[in-house]
Design a protein around this ligand. Sequence first.
Ligand SMILES: *[C@@H]1O[C@H](CO)[C@@H](O)[C@H](O)[C@H]1NC(C)=O
Ligand SMILES: *[C@@H]1O[C@H](CO)[C@@H](O)[C@H](O)[C@H]1NC(C)=O
Length: 207
Amino acid sequence: MHFAAAAAALLTLLPAALSHGIITQPPSRAIGPAITAACGQPITTAIQQDNTSYVEQLTKLAASSSSGYNAAACNLYLCKGLQFADNSANTQTWTAGQVVPVKIWLRIPHEGIANVSIVDTKSNTVVGEMLKVWTKGYAPGRTEGDVPKEQKEFSVTVPAGLEEKCAVGGDCVLQWWWLGTAAKQTYESCVDFKIAKPAARAMAFTS
Ligand SMILES: *[C@@H]1O[C@H](CO)[C@@H](O)[C@H](O)[C@H]1NC(C)=O
Ligand SMILES: *[C@@H]1O[C@H](CO)[C@@H](O)[C@H](O)[C@H]1NC(C)=O
């Protein structure tokens, strides 16, 4: 009992120097068979153990493992290697102008910069304007309670003009990106969505 308690206490202390976070609302990409196929079992296991972990930890695992890591398919700097195929059931359907509430679980803060944007997954490039930007002072303090609420709970407005580019789930993601500047740790968490075309016919009937 004493040993177990001490070990548990030690485990909770170990990650204290690190920063950790993930989107909890809307549902964000999680592990499944597709990430194991693309990135290898060690990366899946690491995310399973802590789904708020950072990319640089995973790039180290990728470099040191010979167990099925495929750099191009895994793409660790997009959604931390997490794959659409494992999250397709959670694809959100949005329309232009819709206000989407976002919640972040900032398990352990580490001050830095952050942003939220829509990313074209084929090219891993940001589409249009950033939806949220924190150029400094993101996730300060030592515990989750130190982080200002508006950094953990905010909303973004779905931009217009994505009806073609983001018509199909998996082509675009809403990505939250955070860099702990002192820790040099990158966090990414992605929501899958598609944009519904305006219901032109229905509008014509009701107008
Ligand atoms: C992340 O892990 C927590 C448990 O630590 C779990 O409750 C949550 O559903 C997970 N989220 C995702 C997106 O995997
Ligand atoms: C926003 O996030 C990207 C990663 O998607 C990062 O490379 C970039 O420096 C950030 N830009 C701003 C303005 O915060």
